[in-house]
Design a protein around this ligand. Structure first.
Ligand code: SF4
Length: 372
């Protein structure tokens, strides 16, 4: 059985955002031919030609997939569909930078099969966007939403980053209101953490920037929960909000433990038992494929203990919750009394927003109890 979910990593970015530690390749001119040829080679490695493999979800992530340009995205999707078939209602997501959105680009993406666009908006404050070293400004981001929608793709997700350093004096409430006013179907939140090997990490090491205190992280997370609920969004996963029927089906597959395949540099795959990942540097990945070699960089077989730990963590991070034994139900009673969780049907415990702020600690406590 082939997985029904495919992730394709497109590593190219115009420049590196200050906070970003993703596996990217900064290129002024994107090597579309070389990239698509390497993807083609990896597809031939992973999927036998004699069998068309049907997908429920296809996700082009990065990096910045929209940097491939309208033609490049269409060529990539065409090449993918030489090997895989999209189910009639398949969700096909493209991550896009607002700067790459134009009527012509969205029209090409749509013709190629894209039906969901995830825009890296991050903030609607130009000072903040400049501090992040984003290439776009707030007006461009708002315009991109309008263009995507008017060009016929009505499933739009916006990314927002919260818990920025206090000295920036960013108004989180204003950013939330501006995001809601653009009427997206989905919003993903990212709490800023300053990673050592990033431009921001180097500034922090010099003492030029200080991570937001935990209280700010917590208050902004809870404020987002309240604002998005008021606007009719379902907080369905710790960091994600959706209008009814507009959850990310691709990400839901990850959170529900489904098998998936990832291709491209640094992409991860999971077959239910073994997780494997490709080498991360773009040139290394490309050269291995050009030489006829497998670009896999490592793998791990999940032990029973690993699987149990993941099941607990994944269960608690979504509104599906986790089914508990009678003894476990007794042990989570204090969570319910504290307002961190609620009991749902089938003896499931489901975390609420204050509980999601304690997700790591609560899942560790349940995992420890199950390990005894
Ligand atoms: S656009 Fe995204 S992937 Fe590229 S550098 Fe910025 S945060 Fe990283």
């Amino acid at each position: 059985m082939f997985p029904r979910h495919l992730y394709v990593h497109v590593p190219f970015c115009a420049r590196r955002c200050t906070y970003c530690d993703f596996s990217i390749a900064v290129r002024a001119t994107v090597p579309v031919d070389a990239y698509v040829a390497a993807i083609d080679a990896e597809l031939r490695l992973r999927f036998p030609a004699e069998q068309r493999w049907e997908l429920d979800t296809l996700y082009l992530g990065g990096g910045t997939p929209s940097r491939l340009g309208p033609e490049g995205v269409a060529r990539l999707l065409g090449r993918l569909q030489d090997r895989v078939a999209l189910a009639p209602d398949a969700e096909v997501t493209l991550e896009a930078n607002p700067d790459d959105v134009s009527v012509q680009a969205v029209s090409a993406w749509r013709s190629a099969g894209v039906n969901r666009v995830s825009l890296g908006t991050q903030s609607f404050d130009d000072r903040v966007l400049s501090w992040m070293h984003r290439t776009h400004d707030a007006a461009r981001a708002a315009q991109a939403v309008t263009i995507v929608r008017d060009s016929g793709i009505d499933n739009i997700s916006l990314d927002l980053i919260f818990a920025l350093p206090t000295t920036l004096e960013r108004s989180w409430q204003t950013d939330l209101a501006r995001a809601v006013a653009l009427a997206p179907q989905h919003v993903s939140l990212y709490g800023l953490t300053i990673e050592h090997a990033t431009p921001l990490g180097r500034r922090a090491a010099r003492g030029d920037v200080v991570e937001a205190p935990e209280e700010r992280y917590e208050s902004e997370f809870l404020r987002a929960h309240a604002a998005m609920a008021d606007a009719g969004f379902d907080h369905y996963e710790v960091s994600n909000f959706a209008r009814p029927g507009r959850r990310s089906r691709h990400n839901w597959a990850y959170w529900s433990g489904a098998a998936y395949t990832g291709i491209g540099p640094a992409a991860h795959s999971f077959d239910g038992l073994i997780r494997r990942w490709n080498v991360a540097p773009y040139e290394r990945w490309r050269r291995l494929l050009a030489a006829g070699d497998d670009p896999v960089g490592g793998s791990e077989a999940l032990t029973d203990a690993n699987r149990m730990t993941e099941a607990v963590y994944l269960g608690l991070r979504t509104v599906s919750g986790l089914r508990l034994s009678d003894a476990e139900l007794r042990s989570v009673r204090p969570w319910i009394q504290a307002g961190w969780a609620e009991l749902a049907a089938d003896s499931r415990v489901v975390l609420r927003a204050p509980g999601w702020l304690r997700l790591d600690a609560l899942s560790q406590s349940l995992t420890a109890a199950r390990s005894l």
